[in-house]
Design a protein around this ligand. Structure first.
Ligand SMILES: Cc1cc2nc3c(=O)[nH]c(=O)nc-3n(C[C@H](O)[C@H](O)[C@H](O)COP(=O)(O)O)c2cc1C
Length: 309
């Protein structure tokens, strides 16, 4: 799959994930074989105001390149100005979020709310194309009445370089069956590359997605607590132990963030790394984590000695 100057031989990407897709996690996924990673969705408006929180969300390591930044918003001009900010210089691809179903985003007319306004979506894409020579991707969901077919065509006409399709509708959220047929139909309707997304967690589900005719695939939840899933899917040997992944994730984050923030932030990640392992006391300690090193010491015991603490 080709996106702008980037030729991806495998095209297995890490999907954007708000609140969890930090730079360290993305770097680990890339090291394990993810061909492209995305920042979590960034408010175009927030970027213009230069909020400290937004700037921290944009942190990325050189090793992550190529990396896509995902923006959300609704005003074409705001997208234009955001894309031209120097903070986005280091990103190779700009991805537009037209699929987020979160109520606070939709209420504001952003994310998947835009799926109801083809003209505005086109205007946003055209304006973004004027702002940069970098490839512009668009992430959408399926529509309720096949209207997404018109949307895919319209986005192509507006100049989108590729489309990512999460094979669910806004109402489905993150559960319910992925509609492989609809993804397949979109592939046959547009000439630009299509990335298929939804429920890829194994070689079997990956194969199901490839069979739709997509040019690339992206996965989100399957990688949580398991960055090495990319190595598994690509049948690459990975010699790093799960505990080493945890330590490296923490080490990288500590270069940027303070422990008082990380004590809260890392809880979810630690519990994902321990998914399927019986360690009730440790999980309770993580849920109330106040000292990262204390938790790491106990995690080491659980991972390496398989102690049930
Ligand atoms: C915690 C979480 C945060 C997400 N944040 C974003 C986001 O910022 N932008 C986006 O386009 N999709 C976001 N998504 C959706 C995923 O990128 C993906 O489309 C969806 O989870 C389906 O893929 P999966 O079945 O592989 O998880 C998020 C999903 C999760 C679980």
């Amino acid at each position: 799959m080709k996106i702008g100057e980037f030729n991806f031989s495998n095209s297995i990407f890490l999907s954007p994930m708000a609140g969890v897709g930090d730079f360290a996690f993305r770097a680990l996924c890339r090291e394990c074989g993810a061909d492209l990673s995305y920042t979590e969705m960034i408010s175009a408006k927030g970027l213009l105001h230069g909020s400290e929180k937004t700037i921290k969300m944009l942190y990325t390591l050189n090793e992550e390149s190529p990396c896509a930044v995902q923006l959300f918003g609704k005003e074409p001009q705001v997208f234009y100005e955001a894309i031209r900010k120097h903070e986005l210089k280091k990103f190779n691809i700009i991805d537009l979020n037209f699929g987020c179903p979160a109520p606070k985003i939709v209420k504001n007319g952003e994310g998947s709310a835009l799926l109801g306004n083809i003209k505005l979506m086109q205007e946003i894409v055209q304006t973004c194309k004027k702002a940069t020579k970098k490839p512009i991707g668009v992430k959408i969901r399926l529509g309720e009445n096949n209207i997404n077919y018109d949307i895919a065509k319209a986005l192509e006409e507006a100049g989108a370089d590729y489309i990512t399709v999460h094979g669910r509708t806004r109402l489905q959220g993150y559960s319910g069956v992925v509609d492989y047929e609809a993804i397949s139909k979109i592939c046959s309707l547009v000439k630009i590359p299509v990335v298929g997304n939804g429920d890829i967690i194994s070689s079997q589900t990956l194969e199901k997605m490839w069979q739709t005719g997509v040019d690339g695939v992206s996965l989100a939840r399957g990688a949580l607590g398991k960055p090495w899933i990319f190595a598994e899917l690509k049948k690459i040997k990975c010699n790093i132990s799960p505990f080493d992944f945890v330590c490296r994730h923490v080490f990288m984050l500590r270069q940027i963030f303070k422990d008082d923030f990380l004590c809260k932030y890392l809880r979810k990640h630690f519990l994902w790394y321990l998914k399927g392992i019986y360690a009730p006391d440790l999980k309770l300690q993580i849920a109330n984590m106040e000292n990262i090193d204390d938790v790491l010491r106990n995690m080491k015991k659980v991972f390496e000695n398989k102690l049930n603490i």
